[in-house]
Every structure is written in C-alpha cells, then in structure tokens.
Design a protein around this ligand. Structure first.
Ligand code: NAP
Length: 243
C-alpha cells in the first residue's frame, strides 16, 4: 500500500492501521522526514515492511520517482491518495492567483498524477494484478467552505468527480476507485488554515457533537482498500459524524 501524505494526520493513522493488518506500506511525505521515519518505525514494530519516500505529489518528476520506488518495494495493491493542503481562511474575494495555483497543483494535479501512475501499475490491461484506490476527499466538497477556503472545497469537488469517472473507466481492469469524505478531524491541517482549535470550536455544528479522530477515517479507508468492499466502486463515503 502506498499512502501519500503519511507522515502526519489521517495518512499516518492509515499507514499504522494498515501495517497492523498485514499490509506492507510505503510512507510518502513532503518535508517532515522525522515524522515519516517515526511512522515507518511503528509500521515495522507491527510486523510490516515499511519505507519512507519523500516526494511532492504536485511535481510530476517526483511522482514518477515515488512510483519507481514503490515498484522496487513490491507490487502496488492499493493507493491511498491522501496528501492534501489548504491555505489560511479567507473570503474568496481575497484569493491570490498563487494560492489558487498551489492548492490546485497539490490537491488536483497531484492526486490525478498519483492515480494515473497507480492505474498504470495495477491495470490488468497493462499486465498488472488489479488493486484499489482510495481518494481522501472532504466534506468540504458538499459544504463549500464559505469564508474559509472555497478553493480547497472546489479541489475536493474535483476529486469526487475524478473518483466517479475513474471508477467507471477502470472497473473492468481490476481496479476499484472510491473516496472518503472526512468531516472535522483532529489533525494539524486546521493550524495550516490558521485555526488550530477549529474542531473544538465547530463541534457544535456536528450532529454527533464531536470531531472525528484520524483512526476513525483510517478504519473506513481500510475497508475501501480491502476485499471487504469487493463490490463497492465509485462511492463517496462520508466520515463526518453526520455533518
Ligand atoms: P495534515 O495533518 O496537515 O497532514 C498532511 C500530510 O500531507 C503530511 O503528511 C504532509 O507531509 C503531506 N503533504 C502535504 N503536502 C504534500 C505534498 N505536496 N506532497 C506529498 N505530501 C504532502 O493533514 P490531514 O488533516 O491528515 O489531511 C489529510 C487529507 O485529509 C487531506 O487530503 C485533507 O484535505 C483531507 N481532509 C482532512 C480533514 C480534517 O479535518 N483533518 C477533513 C477532510 C479532509 P509533511 O509532514 O512532510 O508536511
């Protein structure tokens, strides 16, 4: 299993849980090698083979190098397309073109490059053995994130559309493609958005009355990654406490 953005947050929780369930794991990260190495150590302690590979998913050459490293590690059976970014909260009228370019580069182009390489590796029409792809979208795709990050929400809408289209395109090539749409989950991403205590502040808006934990998202990702979901493809599964 390749998990992009696995040094922290939802990706790290997914890598750890996958390792505990018998997957060998490639832990991709952008900058934080110390955190990635710690996740690798935890995966190995769980009995899995694991390795950390640095790559910016928004850069094609780095994505190609990442998938070459994955191929050397072992045949790719699952891509968890998790790496994603957002910028500080702002009304749309204040967005700069640099901000729009960066969030699109990582969240849309990066995610698309990763699924492209995964399809090339897994497709039974290309000599692969099939596999699963789980895209990590967001509840933002249907909420729209007004006054916070409509740009980010729109990239997640794009990821949903990619999920639906690609699922149909590769359904007869042995590949299932699904997405999870997390709601408010306790990770570092809210500090990137300028509000580290965002989950606590907005918990009253969640029908279940609390934010989610990364391992609760990981559990759903691993369901979609595994044969337990063998007849599920093109699904957008909300993990949002009812929000
Ligand atoms: P996070 O705690 O901020 O962690 C982000 C991870 O992505 C880190 O491992 C980071 O690596 C990596 N990353 C960032 N840019 C990258 C790039 N260009 N190339 C490769 N890796 C990159 O985020 P998170 O909250 O776990 O979010 C993970 C995914 O869930 C994202 O797609 C996010 O949109 C989605 N999501 C999160 C929430 C939430 O409430 N937390 C809700 C809905 C959806 P470094 O450690 O090296 O920086």
């Amino acid at each position: 299993m390749l998990v992009t953005g696995a040094s922290r947050g939802i990706g790290a929780a997914t890598a750890r849980m996958a390792a505990a369930r018998g997957w060998d794991v490639v832990v991709n990260y952008a900058n934080n090698s110390g955190a990635a190495d710690a996740v690798v150590a935890e995966c190995e302690a769980a009995g899995a083979r694991a390795t950390a590979v640095q790559a910016d998913v928004g850069d094609e050459a780095q994505v190609l190098a990442l998938f070459a490293a994955v191929a050397e590690f072992g045949p790719l059976a699952c891509l968890v397309n998790n790496a994603g970014i957002l910028h500080p909260q702002s009304p749309l009228a204040e967005f700069s073109v640099e901000r729009l370019a960066e969030v699109t580069r990582v969240n849309v182009i990066g995610a698309t490059l990763c699924v492209r390489e995964a399809v090339r590796a897994m497709s039974t029409e290309r000599g692969g053995s099939g596999g699963t792809i789980v895209n990590v979208s967001s509840a933002a795709a249907y909420l729209g994130s007004p006054n916070e990050y409509i740009d980010y929400a729109a990239t997640k809408g794009a990821l949903d559309t990619l999920t639906v289209g690609l699922a149909k395109e590769v359904a007869r090539q042995g590949i299932r493609v699904n997405a999870v749409r997390p709601g408010l989950i306790e990770t570092d991403i809210h500090a990137s958005g300028g509000m580290p205590d965002r989950v606590e502040r907005l918990a009253h808006l969640i029908p279940m009355g609390r934010g989610g934990r990364p391992d609760e998202v990981a559990e759903t990702i691993l369901f979609l990654a595994s044969d337990a979901s063998s007849y599920v493809t093109g699904a957008l599964l909300d993990v949002s406490g009812g929000r």
